[in-house]
Write a protein that binds this ligand. Structure first.
Ligand SMILES: Cc1cc2nc3c(=O)[nH]c(=O)nc-3n(C[C@H](O)[C@H](O)[C@H](O)COP(=O)(O)OP(=O)(O)OC[C@H]3O[C@@H](n4cnc5c(N)ncnc54)[C@H](O)[C@@H]3O)c2cc1C
Length: 447
């Protein structure tokens, strides 16, 4: 017997209406600076290249400002798109904003060489310094985002730097527009532009300071650290007081393990427990400075959670076809645990790729779940032992075709694992006639 869907299961993650709405919001927000410049009395138009260069500056400023809203982990925006889509959107639009902002002075100077004086400290020292700083800052912002590792920046340092540089670019951009003033006379237009961009900048402060401050009132206590296969560890936690966080299987939360939620060490992890349990768990594979500390965490340690986020969620209806690899099984195990707790007997196929038999995370529990659920568990090993009779090698079209259900449209498809495995699976599923709107992907490596 399936229990009726919980209230939070009514979320429609792949709602196109919502998606289109937020894209429209983005377009409108990006046009706000241009819109303000065209309000009231507008000065006579100058030559085309002059006006085009100015328009790019305003547009670049609008695009940069609106990024604060879309990356602010807002509970209304984030579930619509999922983290990797938001990240790719942010990355692409960040590059577009960068090109527009840099094109602004280049076009003006090429059109009229007098504009080079904006960078001349002898003519106006504060202006020259501000414009030089913003040019270097935005270039550094983009370069360190594209090649963080080559710059030797840890994720945490990069994230701090990224926020500071972005705020600096927008702040100097607004100050420059106000100082030039051509399209921002009278004073109310300057005030309107400054308020609009300050409003966008507020989202950074909200994410970094105000939300952690609220989280501080909802500490969790780590009850147990369980050792798993494949150098992985599970943190089992409960709220120190009050109810635990409500989530849907497949979602994730940002975790801080510390006495303060203001730490830079805040990392995203998928819930590995079922929302029906009275505890919350996360399972991580050791991969760096944060995850390597998990095995030494003592019971009683405080953790803070921010979430839930993500649109990679167990749907209330429909059969399930999962292709997962390595630690990418965490959303899968959460979904299976939920199906078990709800005695949900819909058909599930899990193709689970691991390096070898010993490193199959949750191996014993998966075997048991196969008995309890209508689950077809297909282990796929990269390095199988000699007497292995199951599947081996990489996911390919033939393997997918072998296990795909006959009624492909009656199924939701969940992919989570190493990037190349997900790329090839996505491509092959579509070639095999699966409707792309039924495919849900979660990428753990987004930056
Ligand atoms: C939506 C989502 C869900 C995830 N769920 C799980 C899970 O259930 N189990 C699991 O083992 N891993 C999960 N991850 C990956 C996990 O967040 C990283 O492995 C972890 O942050 C690595 O931190 P580190 O300091 O130990 O390693 P590092 O060596 O510092 O980082 C290794 C890589 O992890 C990524 N990373 C590091 N810090 C962050 C951060 N704060 N935010 C985003 N990415 C970061 C970067 O790509 C980095 O190159 C998930 C990631 C995402 C985006």
């Amino acid at each position: 017997m399936r229990t009726p869907p919980q209230e939070n299961e009514k979320i429609q993650p792949y709602s196109y209406g919502k998606g289109i709405f937020w894209i429209l919001v983005f377009v409108i927000l990006s046009l706000v600076p241009i819109g303000i410049s065209l309000l009231g009395d507008v000065p006579d138009a100058r030559d085309f290249w002059m006006e085009f260069g100015v328009a790019l500056g305003f547009l670049g400023l609008g695009i940069m400002g609106s990024q604060f809203i879309f990356t602010g982990r807002l509970s209304r925006v984030a579930p619509t798109f999922g983290p990797d889509n938001i990240f790719h959107f942010h990355k692409t639009l960040g590059i577009v904003g960068f090109v527009f902002i840099l094109a602004h002075p280049v076009i003006l100077i090429l059109n009229n060489s007098e504009f080079i004086n904006y960078y001349n400290p002898v003519v106006n020292l504060p202006r020259a310094v501000a414009l030089s700083v913003v040019t270097v800052a935005i270039t550094f912002l983009i370069l360190t985002s594209l090649w963080r590792v080559s710059f030797g920046l840890s994720y945490e340092k990069w994230r701090l730097l990224h926020g500071i540089l972005a705020l600096l670019v927008v702040f100097i951009g607004v100050a420059h527009a106000v100082q030039v003033s051509h399209y921002l006379d009278p004073l109310w237009k300057k005030a309107l532009l400054s308020t609009a961009l300050a409003g966008c900048g507020y989202f950074v402060i909200h994410t970094r300071l105000i939300r952690p401050w609220f989280n501080k009132k909802m500490p969790y206590e780590i009850m147990e650290v369980q050792s798993e296969r494949h150098d992985s560890y599970t943190l089992v936690m409960k709220p120190r007081h009050g109810p635990k966080m409500q989530f849907i299987s497949g979602q994730f939360a940002w975790i801080t393990i510390n006495e303060t939620p203001f730490s830079l060490q805040q990392h995203p992890f998928t819930f590995s427990s079922s929302p029906d349990s009275d505890f919350i768990s996360f399972t991580s594979k050791e991969s760096g400075d944060f995850t390597e500390t998990w095995k030494n965490i003592k019971p009683g340690t405080t953790a803070y959670l921010e979430g839930p986020f993500g649109s990679f969620t167990l749907m209330p209806t429909g059969n399930i076809f999962m292709v997962m690899g390595g630690i990418g099984v965490t959303p899968g195990i959460s979904m299976l645990r939920t199906l078990k707790s709800r005695n949900d007997q819909r058909a599930v196929t899990l193709i689970y790729g691991s390096n070898d038999y010993e490193n199959i995370v949750f191996r014993e529990e998966l075997d048991l779940l196969e008995n309890d659920l209508n689950l077809n568990l297909v282990h796929l090993l990269m390095e199988p032992h000699e007497d292995w009779s199951g599947e081996s090698g990489e996911v390919d079209k033939a393997l997918l075709e072998k296990y795909l259900p006959e009624d492909k449209d009656a199924c939701n498809y969940y992919l989570c694992g190493p990037g190349p495995m997900m790329d090839i699976t996505e491509l092959n599923l579509r070639e095999l006639g699966v409707d792309w709107r039924l495919i849900y992907s979660e990428r753990f490596k987004i930056v």
